[in-house]
Design a protein. Structure first.
Length: 130
C-alpha cells in the first residue's frame, strides 16, 4: 500500500515536470529566431527566414545540426565569391531541390524579387569569419 501511494505522488510530481520539460524543448527547437526591435528590414528578413538554418551570424545553426543539415558558412569569403548573385537568387527563390540541395526551401512565394536581391546584398556585406 505504501509503495502504491509513493508511486502515485511520484507520478503527480514527475508527470507535469516532464511535460513542461518536453514543451520547453519543442519550443526552443520550433519557435522562430528572435528579431530585435532595432533590426533593419533586411535584417528582419534574414533573421525571420534564414537564421533558423544559417544562424544569426551566418555560420550555421544548432537547429540545423539537430536535423543533420549543414548549410555552410555564409561568412566564408572563398565560398561566397564562388557563388554568383544569379545563382543565389535562383537558390533562394526556387529552393535547392532542383539543383541537389534539398535542405534549402523555396522562398519565391514568400519574398518579392526585390527582397531577395536585398537579402543577397546583405549576405555579401556580412563580415568574414575569423
Amino acid at each position: 500500500m505504501l509503495r502504491r501511494v509513493k508511486a502515485k505522488w511520484l507520478l503527480v510530481i514527475a508527470g507535469p515536470t516532464l511535460l513542461l520539460l518536453a514543451g520547453s524543448v519543442l519550443a526552443v527547437i520550433f519557435l522562430p529566431f528572435p528579431v530585435p526591435r532595432t533590426a533593419t528590414p533586411v535584417q528582419r528578413l534574414y533573421l525571420s527566414r534564414c537564421a533558423t538554418c544559417h544562424g544569426s551570424t551566418g555560420e550555421g545553426s544548432w537547429r540545423a545540426t539537430i536535423f543533420l543539415m549543414r548549410p555552410g558558412s555564409l561568412r566564408d569569403p572563398a565560398r561566397m565569391a564562388g557563388l554568383s548573385d544569379e545563382y543565389l537568387f535562383n537558390l533562394i527563390k526556387n529552393g535547392g531541390a532542383t539543383i541537389g540541395k534539398p535542405g534549402m526551401p523555396a522562398f519565391g512565394y514568400h519574398l518579392t524579387d526585390s527582397e531577395i536581391r536585398d537579402l543577397i546584398a546583405y549576405l555579401r556585406a556580412m563580415p568574414a569569419s575569423k
